[in-house]
Design a protein around this ligand. Sequence first.
Ligand SMILES: NC(=O)C1=CN([C@@H]2O[C@H](COP(=O)(O)OP(=O)(O)OC[C@H]3O[C@@H](n4cnc5c(N)ncnc54)[C@H](OP(=O)(O)O)[C@@H]3O)[C@@H](O)[C@H]2O)C=CC1
Ligand SMILES: Nc1nc(=O)c2c([nH]1)NC[C@@H]1CN(c3ccc(C(=O)N[C@@H](CCC(=O)O)C(=O)O)cc3)C=[N+]21
Ligand SMILES: [Mg+2]
Length: 306
Amino acid sequence: MVEPSQIGPSAQIIDGKRIASERANVLRKRVTKFVAVNGAPPALAVVLVGSDPASAIYVRRKGEQCQAVGIESIQHRLPHDTTEASLLYLIAQLNRDAGVHGMLVQLPLPAHIGADKVLAAIDPDKDVDGFHVTNAGQLALGKPRLAPCTPLGCMLLLRELGTELRGKHAVVIGRSTIVGRPMAQLLLIADCTVTIAHRHTTDLAALCRAADIVVSAVGIPALVRGDWIRPGAIVIDVGINRVPDPRSGTGATRIVGDVAFEEAVGHAGAITPVPGGVGPMTISCLLENTLQAAELIEGRLAGTLG
Ligand SMILES: NC(=O)C1=CN([C@@H]2O[C@H](COP(=O)(O)OP(=O)(O)OC[C@H]3O[C@@H](n4cnc5c(N)ncnc54)[C@H](OP(=O)(O)O)[C@@H]3O)[C@@H](O)[C@H]2O)C=CC1
Ligand SMILES: Nc1nc(=O)c2c([nH]1)NC[C@@H]1CN(c3ccc(C(=O)N[C@@H](CCC(=O)O)C(=O)O)cc3)C=[N+]21
Ligand SMILES: [Mg+2]
């Protein structure tokens, strides 16, 4: 049988995994230089509360990627019943620790801990996730400092394509503070015309059909259909959805995005796969934000001594 995707043109598949590994090679050299100047590597503290299996996997992957480029990874794994007060105390310690340049608290947090309060406690200069209100505000003002890693990674993928972004109509599906909103802000800074869609948006299909760039960050498999994609449009699929794998027959699962990939690949000009698209770029940008934070902090310290 001929699959629809085998008929007609097929999109360029944007290889985030390859791009992230090329960036890691460049980053490794910058880290080596940092160590030569400062005598110690940049250090990232990652805090994980509870034992959500997906979060545990992400945290482990972040640690491995840090090591691969020479960034020191400090991991704090706290039990699920950790109190908000003791988490805030740990953050205060990490804020004061001159050997820690970047920190992040893995989300989601257990329900008894107020995520807003926790994110607000992180020193904005060490906020490598870019979730602190100061960094979110800077981004909203069009003057980003530390910006969220996933949207930064999406921008790097768009830039990698080499297409002019100015004047393009970008539709961002999702308005979360960690992906959709900051994504829209970065596209606006790049002079796109930006539309943000969410669960109350009417006729999402028609909106997407008018888009030069579609970024989906929702968390619903096959939400975005192939015939929503204008011929030649760029599709960035942020969604990570675990679904049963019918091919396995054993109840195993696999990961898919928000976009019906096999359909969309016959319409799009370029498209990110899941896995291997946005995900690896998120971690790449986390490492780059950590080095940026470390360079700022150490540069300022050197300035006060000199
Ligand atoms: N690849 C990566 O590196 C990363 C991937 N992810 C993945 O991206 C996805 C989004 O994550 P996150 O932003 O944290 O998720 P949230 O659940 O916080 O946000 C989802 C957004 O989608 C909107 N939405 C829900 N249903 C619809 C619908 N039917 N039509 C249009 N919009 C809808 C919601 O609208 P409303 O605001 O109205 O509720 C909300 O704004 C998830 O799959 C997540 O796993 C997340 C982070 C990093
Ligand atoms: N404080 C905080 N910061 C985050 O950045 C943050 C978070 N909390 N909570 C959860 C989400 C999700 N997220 C991902 C990171 C990497 C991949 C990734 O590497 N994905 C690979 C592999 C997917 C797999 O096999 O599991 C890929 O898409 O190819 C995915 C998702 C960061 N998040
Ligand atoms: Mg991906």
